[in-house]
Write a protein that binds this ligand. Sequence first.
Ligand SMILES: Nc1ncnc2c1ncn2[C@@H]1O[C@H](COP(=O)(O)OP(=O)(O)OP(=O)(O)O)[C@@H](O)[C@H]1O
Ligand SMILES: [Mg+2]
Length: 653
Amino acid sequence: MALAASGGYFAFGIRRIEIFQIGLRKPNYKPPLSRAKKIPRTDTGYRVTDGNIAAIDFGTTSVSLAYTTKGDDEITNLRLDEEDQAYRVPNAVLLKKEGRTITVQAFGNDARTQFTQMRKSGEYIYFERIKMLMKREENVDRNMLVESFSGEKFYLVEVIAFILKYLKNELMKKFSETARPLKTTDFDWVITVPAIWNARGKRMMREAAYLAGLMTGYDGISSFTSAALSVPREINPDRLSLALEPEAAALYSQEKVGDQIDVDPATAVIKRPSDYMVIDAGGGTIDITAQIEVDGNIIVENIPTGNAWGGTKINEAFSQLLQHIVGDSEFKSFLKPEQKSQCKATLNKILYVDFEKQKVLLGNQKSTEVAVALPAMFVRHYKEALTKVAKKENGVEYDEYTNDTLYIEKEVAESRFFGPAIKGIIDCTLKAIEENGYKVRTFYLVGGFGGCKYVHKKVKAAIEKAYSSKGCSCDVIVPLSPQLAVAQGAVMWRKNPEKIKARRSDATYGINVSIPFDDDEHDEYYKFYNEEQKQDKCDYVFSVFLEKGELVQADQVITISLTPAYQSSKQITIGIYSTPNLGVRYIIDTNGKSTVTKIGQLVIDIPNPDDVPRNERHVDVTMDFSGTEIQAKAKYRITGEEVKTVCDFLSAQ
Ligand SMILES: Nc1ncnc2c1ncn2[C@@H]1O[C@H](COP(=O)(O)OP(=O)(O)OP(=O)(O)O)[C@@H](O)[C@H]1O
Ligand SMILES: [Mg+2]
């Protein structure tokens, strides 16, 4: 199939895909003053796998692990809870301190139950839903802290590392029992991340994997660090890749629909579509992607979009109502410092265990009201307020005589709790549909929240309404086991990542250069005189690698050649910048304020013992934006020295 780009289009089988999303450019848009070149890639993007792949879906509320081994066609989910026979378990971890040494005492439901029943947390440290801290808009950095339920603070990256290490050990336990034991280093590992995350969140997961020893024979993290963290040792970096959650779910959904068609075309829901959109509605994130599949190859057609209206918002809405009923914002009076961890555990049980069960029943349309039995400790503290206020709330009742249970009518729960979150999903879905120009006719709704019947009903109705207003129809499908779609799809993706031929850039990326000053083109503010070169130059020019929305082909890399500003320069530092905007021409405005954000840097030594003239001392910068993580390198032609980015996106800037 032809995969060459010609003019403003990319030929994809019989399709022609626009390279730029012109629609994103505002009317006053001006093209960049400098643009990098695209050249064919010479190395492979991903390590070729031996066939042993393990993928971890590290979700906000839950975690699962899927794997396959060499010669095995099947993808298997690892059972993470023997008692419940569950493949997907809560993202909850109970750690135990013994001196400085930390071990994982329990994970999932087990961790939660043990912690909730503890009279004193003492040497135990408990965390739940820690991925919530890593929203796209949060500028995470390596030294970001997370507070345990008892109020102690630890590095978030290290807590994630303990969880990854636990999951690695669980998989290894399974393989140690087999006739042909497999080791950690026999696997290619995948960790899934929301597509809407920026480079920092992704980098955090990668660094956590290094600390966990995921790609080495080492045991991995065994204690918390108290000093500031530095870049971890990167061993076997190519043994880990990050998969984008909705992309993985898309591959899974296509495969499931495909399987169904192969088995029984007559009863299949639809034909295997060539254009489809996936809405991954999880606990913390709504993450949307649209793909085009032609002859088994894929183009990711939209810029990742989504928001934070995941299922956890429903628990938060219930929490708000409860705070209102007891008249205590944030349950401040209940959370006594001397009993903080026990009180937090009690609240957590109400909101994320007892209410959670009711929410799932309601979501699956199996109940007619929400009934949450309140624990004695909570009732004792708020008895008076509970009886008084609950009576005044429409659709809310509190039974103080028989079972201390709070009842909420179905209609109230649906509109107050589910309503805003479903609106959140619908808003960003309709926006993605507009941007896609209604080309997509098939929607896959995945994730635990997406798989919920009530959400499916509402989201389906909203999408169908939008399509029928255009005089067309569409299908909104929940594939089998929608909560396992991400982990399974991530294994499918890792088997053949080259299948994805292009993605759209989520932001505008570039570097800072100075170029000869042009009176007609450049703003006086940026003019300076370079003594050595004896010419006026224009500083702070944003040399653009990629514009937001631009199609990034997997078989291309982006390159620019720089020379030092002065003959005496012995080192060159290249900052890498990004902006969500288009048409940015300089990295600062005429008030000296940054117009872009620095996301990383390359530092390269450029010695010059033979006194080669300045303009022959080329440093070639190559950047690869086509994968799931940004890779950058710089090479000094004279010495042949090359630096890859430490891709140090995580150091505070
Ligand atoms: N039947 C149901 N009704 C309502 N909500 C449900 C139902 N089943 C699952 N959920 C919700 O779905 C969410 C979990 O979905 P999922 O496991 O896909 O999230 P996650 O992967 O942990 O989070 P994220 O992808 O955002 O990081 C939880 O908030 C859970 O309460
Ligand atoms: Mg998820």
